[in-house]
Design a protein around this ligand. Structure first.
Ligand code: NAD
Ligand code: MG
Length: 396
């Protein structure tokens, strides 16, 4: 069986929240997986410690200075790990023959090119980096088809939906009797807040998520509900769905990770404790199942499951994302770029929380139209939207 051969894994964004959880699962199964490459942007100490534990063939950092530092440290520690730096190195470890599996866990648009490199090399791609798919959905999915890549969604909602759909779900939801996808949302740390209270929230409050522990960018996205908006776009591409076939359901306990509704009235849900090691283990082993280190779900302790609609008046980002997907073309790429700039400014204390959607809406309004069929157009739209977002910030 497949479990008798050890698979090489490249972990892009190894030092992050998803990367760390991925290495935790991999370490539980030395009979199945070995680490080919680990990458990080600036966290050289964290990457050094991971190299000591997981002994990768290659390690990649953002700058030559950090790469030199790491190479010296690893040599002193007696490791043969090759250390490289920069974007070309990321694409190389994502497409190397030694890696059958690639975990795409870089945050933001920076993950697009290395993730696409893995897709083009026909890898099993564990997709955590939702921004890559949001930016380039059409060409990304085309590249998956053309290169025979296996795309496994790691975002917990999409992983749940994947588990609730029939094995061959491509070709439109209707063909398989699916009437709706129910995308659950925790509502974030500010659920129930009105605009006045939201205007005063701080970055640290935004990053203290009630159910999930995540990187700072996605934590802010969860607080604005932009994360749910990006996930709506992500679901459209992954499952061949139209935005109106997806309903967002706020479910504060984060125990149901999403659902699929069928024409006979059945609704299938995937449940579990909110721990990303479950979808990561699923993606690694699919179609098999492996132990993930996650505690069994205790329904008596959960006691109840609540559901409510999302408050799109207080949290306009969800609407902005839906509109961007409805318009199509380059609009999702523009939305994503403007949001990345806005979130960074909020985290730096240069922008108020309720100004995040204002900035995104302003950048969207001035965006050029056009199709997103080629990578150059997507990268140009991303670049242009960032420039206009920075100009908007300067004019504040
Ligand atoms: P994080 O901030 O904890 O980690 C990001 C990783 O990417 C780090 O290893 C960092 O060194 C690397 N990185 C950052 N900027 C880079 C750049 N410019 N070039 C190369 N590498 C860079 O983020 P995270 O929470 O682990 O999220 C990673 C991705 O997974 C995001 O796209 C996020 O939306 C998605 N995701 C995360 C979770 C979660 O629970 N954390 C859940 C679902 C989806
Ligand atoms: Mg999610």
């Amino acid at each position: 069986t497949s479990s008798t051969t050890i698979k090489g894994v490249s972990v892009l964004g190894a030092t992050g929240s998803i990367g760390t959880s991925t290495l935790d699962v991999i370490a539980r199964h030395p009979d199945r997986y070995r680490v080919h490459a680990l990458t990080a942007h600036r966290s050289r100490e964290a990457l050094y410690r991971q190299c000591l534990t997981h002994r990768p063939d290659v390690a990649v950092l953002g700058t030559p200075t950090d790469a030199d530092w790491l190479a010296t440290q690893l040599k002193e520690a007696g490791l043969a790990t090759e250390v490289r730096h920069g974007e070309a190195a990321l694409a190389e470890v994502a497409s190397a023959p030694e890696a059958e599996v690639v975990m795409a866990a870089i945050v933001g648009a920076a993950g697009l090119l290395p993730t696409l490199a893995a897709v083009r090399a026909g890898k099993r791609v564990l997709l955590a980096n939702k921004e890559a798919l949001v930016m380039s959905g059409a060409l990304f999915m085309k590249a998956v088809e053309q290169n025979g890549a296996a795309l496994l969604p790691i975002d917990s909602e999409h992983n749940a939906i994947f588990q609730c759909l029939p094995g061959q779900h491509r070709g439109g939801l209707g063909r398989h009797g699916v009437t709706q996808l129910l995308l659950t949302a925790s509502g974030g740390p500010f659920r129930g807040f009105d605009a006045e209270r939201l205007a005063r929230v701080t970055p640290d409050e935004a990053c203290a998520h009630p159910n999930w522990s995540m990187g700072r960018k996605i934590s802010v996205d969860s607080a604005t509900l932009m994360n749910k908006g990006l996930e709506l776009i992500e679901a459209c591409w992954l499952f061949d769905a139209r935005p109106e076939q997806i309903q967002v359901v706020v479910h504060p306990q984060s125990v149901i990770h999403s659902m699929a509704a069928y024409s006979d009235g059945s609704v299938l849900a995937q449940l579990g404790n909110p721990d990303m090691r479950t979808p990561i283990a699923y993606g690694l082993a699919w179609p098999e199942r492996i132990e993930a280190g996650v505690e069994a779900l205790d329904l008596f302790q959960v006691a109840r499951l609540d559901f409510e609609p999302a408050d799109e008046a207080a949290f306009p980002c969800l609407r902005l994302a839906r509109e961007a997907m409805d318009e199509g073309g380059l609009q999702p790429a523009v939305l994503n770029a403007a949001n990345e700039v806005a979130v960074e400014a909020f985290l730096d204390g240069r922008l108020g929380f309720t100004e995040i959607p204002r900035l995104v809406e302003a950048v969207r309004a001035g965006a050029p139209g056009g199709g997103a069929d080629d990578l150059e157009a997507v990268l140009a739209a991303d670049h242009d939207a960032r420039a206009r977002a920075r100009a908007w910030l300067e004019a504040l």
